[in-house]
Design a protein around this ligand. Sequence first.
Ligand code: AMP
Length: 416
Amino acid sequence: MKVLVIGGGAREHALCRSLSQDPVVTELHCAPGNAGIAQVATVHPVDQLDGGQVTELARRLAADLVVIGPEAPLVAGVAEPLRAAGFAVFGPSPEAARLEGSKAFAKEVMAGANVPTARSYVCTTPEEAAEALDAFGAPYVVKDDGLAAGKGVVVTSDREAALAHAAACGRVVIEEYLDGPEVSLFAITDGTTVLPLVPAQDFKRALDGDEGPNTGGMGAYSPLPWAPEGLVDEVLRTVLQPTVDELRRRGTPFSGLLYAGLALTSRGTRVIEFNARFGDPETQVVLARLRTPLAGVLLAAAEGTLDTLEPLRWEEGAAVTVVIASEGYPAAPRTGDPIEGLAEAESADGSVHVLHAGTRVGEDGQVLSAGGRVLSVTATGADLAEARTRAYRAVERITLKGSHHRTDIALEAARQ
Ligand code: AMP
């Protein structure tokens, strides 16, 4: 199978790494990729938002499967010309990807499917916003209606700050505050059959102890020893399957990766958000635990034959990923610095692997930082404590001037 992956972050590196280990994959390509992806796939300098360019590349490579990683090309509709040209595509249509692209649309679908979520109002004027804030009370939750790379949400007890965010965004969703721990649960679906993956937890704040600004994600781990038994079955029954059924019923079936961000509140499980693609950095730990070869699963989703697959197989142990971010991330990331120690950080037995997010190869062949989140250092182990120790030992071997990382990824969970 010839596979083309679209994207160039650590999520796509994780996808490419798993695909490269699948014996049915004879050729692996990625566009645009990054310095790490280039070690396992042939990379192509293509604008990932340009459906014409991507389709042309898929044609030239005679790809049997195209996997679209990030939200931006999905929402931009890059899947459409590919499908029209007859390619098998893993990733939803732009209509179905609105589940991520518009918070208001996601709320509408959830209401139609009876999926438990926070009560909310869509607001477009300062007056509406003020009224909604006062209806729910503090802490206030204000979400930009459009795509904001995980940074469009403000949770604050400061009413003025909540109002200011609403004014800056224009159209917002204001909703009730959900207490309780968060869980990310991914499911692969072909629009009818839904295959949940294993739950993971990510860390969105920049600093230890969940302090500092929101980021794209600073680390993740799986499994969740504290999660209630039967959680996956419950979420499949009450969230994932009804949502997939509702989108099919509306004539916009969702095929690809449905990501449910959940809060386990005192009043039950609630959806915080949906995404229309693999989450980053949770993908790094979920795929590190997946034993079933990946290409066949993604192809079955693209071709509508997921019901014929054997159940997915998982490693018994645990996985932890720690993100190394560049100086100044998330506000003003510094780029262009050399990264040392990459080879030393990886273990020969594969229990530690370093996934690249924002990297590129410099003129002299040196790997340079090229983004806010630079690396995702991923380790597996018999349990979370072992995976964590291995991940942090590897992090210490890597040097990047001014870089920072959280030191408490999976810390509490590993103690349980
Ligand atoms: P989102 O982009 O919707 O995932 O929101 C980003 C983060 O904001 C989430 O991971 C939560 O930590 C927080 N958040 C979003 N919605 C709520 C809510 N209704 N109550 C509490 N926290 C929330």
